[in-house]
Design a protein around this ligand. Structure first.
Ligand code: PA5
Length: 377
């Protein structure tokens, strides 16, 4: 169960209109997804996960942005057990990072899950070409291709075409679901199943959430909007569980890419306490008052709970609005619910700010500059 501690004015007519718009949006497929899983594909995902676990010591997950943050967040948080280690590549252009990933796999048996909806993103494309070379060297062409799992568009894109030509096992990122809303599709489910996460429970939590989080999610979204309009232009997500650091990263991408357009939106930042009380804590207590804090209050031990309480009081006294999102389960079901809660909150909030929650036109700017620089070489 998720609950929030704020009571903004929720304009019911606006909310009804927004929910209708999201549901009808061509990119609103994530809304019904937990209740409408493609069971045929879900079974194939589990079978593929079993095969990968049987034959590989490593699964290299190659993808960037929405193609990796969600599953990494859940794996890091829940630390499931699996003999197959998940490692990540293709989420930067650093040659050093790529070499380290290649070196870590070394001579071990491995498989690759390359994840890209568009199938044309530079970072994963470069990493994939390196790991493909390594697979071919180790297993020969035919053996290599049997160890590649491609999660991409159902019909188009360079990765789709290559997957068809080389007969990689393919999974689909549905047309009506964008990258940052895709963790409950094959994008997240395959790596999560390999890592040993109970994906049935994760989906169960998300499916239950489709009904029960509408109220808290709308309250939180309207509260964000109210705070934003009052000049609070930065939201700091605060968690007291270090294992949720990547969940914060997922949140930042979700809100940043969904809301930050047309000079609108709230800048998403994050802290892990009590660690960051000894770095950003000073600013939070006493710095420029343009920010508010959203505590994601996971169940925790007695001492840590006291820190949550202390921070709430101290920061409120320091003049920061402190929101509290209480999460009752630190497990697959809890994260399924939480993911859906934030996806819905984010879509509603973006709509309140008058922007499209599902596009990301600003991401193209750096790509165009990079293309120009690469062409100069
Ligand atoms: O949320 C999004 O749409 C983006 O962050 C994408 O996930 C990211 O840019 C990767 O795109 P692709 O999956 O097409 O490689």
């Amino acid at each position: 169960m998720i609950s929030v501690n704020c009571s903004p004015e929720v304009k019911e007519d606006d909310l009804a209109r927004i929910l209708k718009e999201i549901r009808k949006d061509e990119m609103g497929g994530w809304m019904e997804l937990p209740r409408k899983i493609d069971m045929g594909e879900f079974v194939r995902i589990k079978e593929a996960a079993k095969k990968i676990r049987d034959e590989s010591e490593y699964l290299v997950c190659i993808g960037i942005g929405g193609s990796y943050l969600g599953h990494k967040a859940i794996i890091e948080a829940l630390r499931p057990t699996s003999e197959t280690k998940i490692i990540y590549a293709g989420n930067s252009l650093s040659r050093r990072e790529l070499d380290m990933a290649l070196a870590e796999v070394g001579d071990h048996d491995f498989s690759v899950n390359v994840i890209s909806k568009s199938g044309t993103t530079l970072e994963p494309a470069i990493a994939f070409s390196e790991f493909k070379k390594k697979l071919i060297e180790k297993y020969g062409e035919e053996g290599a291709y049997q160890r590649v799992y491609a999660t991409t568009d159902a019909k188009k894109g360079a990765l789709h075409d290559e997957a068809v030509a080389n007969k990689y096992e393919r999974f689909v990122v549905p047309d009506n679901i964008g990258g940052r809303y895709s963790v409950l599709t094959a994008v997240g489910l395959l790596p999560l199943a390999v890592a040993g996460v109970d994906v049935d429970k994760l989906l169960e939590g998300a499916a239950e959430a489709t009904d029960i989080v509408v109220e808290p999610a709308s309250k939180y979204a309207f509260m964000r909007y109210e705070l934003g309009k009052k000049g609070y232009d930065t939201e700091v997500f605060a968690s007291f569980e270090p294992a949720t650091m990547y969940f914060n990263e997922w949140l930042k991408q979700l809100f940043g890419e969904s809301e930050g357009k047309n000079k609108q939106g709230i800048f998403p930042a994050s802290v892990i306490y009590s660690t960051d009380l000894h770095s950003l804590g000073q600013f939070m207590q006493d710095g420029r008052r343009n920010l508010y804090e959203t505590i994601i209050d996971f169940p925790t031990d007695k001492l840590n709970a006291k820190v949550v309480q202390a921070v709430r009081v101290a920061h409120t006294e320091g003049g920061i609005p402190v929101l509290n999102i209480t999460v009752s389960d630190f497990n697959e079901k809890g994260f399924g619910e939480l993911i859906y809660f934030f996806e819905l909150s984010c879509a509603i909030s973006a709509k309140l700010f008058g922007v499209n929650p599902f596009d990301q036109p600003g991401v193209e700017a750096y790509k165009n500059e990079l293309k120009k620089l690469m062409a100069e070489e």
